[in-house]
Design a protein around this ligand. Sequence first.
Ligand code: XBP
Ligand code: MG
Length: 268
Amino acid sequence: MSNDLQAVIFDVDGTLADTELHGHRVAFNQAFAEAGLDWTWSPALYGELLKVTGGKERIRRYIDEYVPGFSGPADLDGFIAGLHRAKNGHYAALAAAGKIPLRPGVRRLLDEARAAGLRLAIATTTSFENVEALLTHALAADAMNWFEVIAAGDVVPAKKPAPDIYHHTLRELGLPASACLALEDSANGLRSALAAAIPTLVTVCDYTRQDHFGGAALVVDQLGEPGQPFSLIDGEWDDTSAAWIDVAALRRIHRRAAQSGDFRQAAR
Ligand code: XBP
Ligand code: MG
């Protein structure tokens, strides 16, 4: 088994940017209002609904749990798909307006990883269009080309926490799980990566701080930047003077996780 890190696979929502609170949630509410629905997803309610991955699946769960006796149209699937499409339109507008900035350290680490020749990929529950809206506005006009593989949304039948999206990404990269490191922000994302046997670094966000991250290679609050150091939340970290996660740190985190094998046990 190769222990050398060859590719980094990024989750999007919550990992590259805090997309949920100020992006998807706001856009869902705009779509609901536009459709004449009196549904409002508060920040707290949205935190509950995030247990369900996938926007369409989330709307369905909301209807099932919070709108008893909802007498929607006969074609409920079509109705949900329409709402979701409208939501994505609003999401793209929010991204274009610069309302969804990248998280600290993301641009820096991507620049460093590209300079170091690491291969980059994305494995996300959200759609390709949403990834494009976010990356081209928050990162760079050509940012979609920075990633060799962009595995998104409905390209696989089962969303995270199922491993399908990571299996798909590994197949496209042509790499074994042991040559990759995943970056995730949530328990669902971590479970998905671990179930594909990929060592995983977790950067929590406000919605996921209380999640359970057993099996993670390391859990930190953010990637860190010069002048904005990260804090260790869980896991062994030998360089207490390091203020941010750089490529050398990624390699060390990956090597240690691959050697310890804890992540494979957690995946079982
Ligand atoms: C993200 C999600 C997504 C987004 C919305 O999970 O669960 O559903 O909230 O995206 P992860 P869509 O970060 O683990 O990939 O509305 O496009 O599904
Ligand atoms: Mg996420």
